[in-house]
Design a protein around this ligand. Sequence first.
Ligand SMILES: [Fe+2]
Ligand SMILES: [Fe+2]
Length: 170
Amino acid sequence: MDRPLSELLDVHEVLAERFAEHQERLVEGEIAVAAERFEAYAALLGVHMRSEEELVIPAFEGLGLDCERGRAELYRAEHARICWWIDELRAGLAALRGTPDDLRSRIALLDREATFKRVMEHHDLREREYLYPLLDEHAGAAARARLWTAIEALERTPLADRAAREAPAK
Ligand SMILES: [Fe+2]
Ligand SMILES: [Fe+2]
C-alpha cells in the first residue's frame, strides 16, 4: 500500500485536541487533571518529534530537499523551542497546584499557553507546506514504505525520559 508520509500530520490534530482537553480542565480550575492531560499531550508530542528527528528529517536531508523556508535545521530548532516550552508550561502548572483558586495566575498561564499554541501552529504550517509534501513528492514508494515500517517500530519503543537521555554514558 502506498501510504503518504503526510499522514503523520494527522498527529498534529490529535495533539491540538489533547491540548484543548488540558485547557478545558485548566479553565475549570481542576489543576491536577489539567496537569495529567498536559502530560498525555507532552508524551504524544515527544513520540511524534522523536520520529521526525530520527527518521523523517534525516530522510528529507538525505534526499537533498532543504529549501529556504524548509531547512532541516529549522525543524530541529523549532523542536528545541517546543521542548523548552513544554518545560516552561509544566513548571507553570506545578506552581498553580499550590494556589488553585488564584484566578490571575491561571489567566497568566493561559496567556503563556496562547503563545505556545502560536509556536505550534507555525511549526505545523512549516511541516505541512514543506517537510511532508516535499518528502512525499521525492521519496519513492519503496523508500516511503521503509520509512513507515521504521516509524511504526520506533513509535512502539518507549520514550527514554529526558534525564536518562542527557546523563553521560557510563
Ligand atoms: Fe510534526
Ligand atoms: Fe515537528
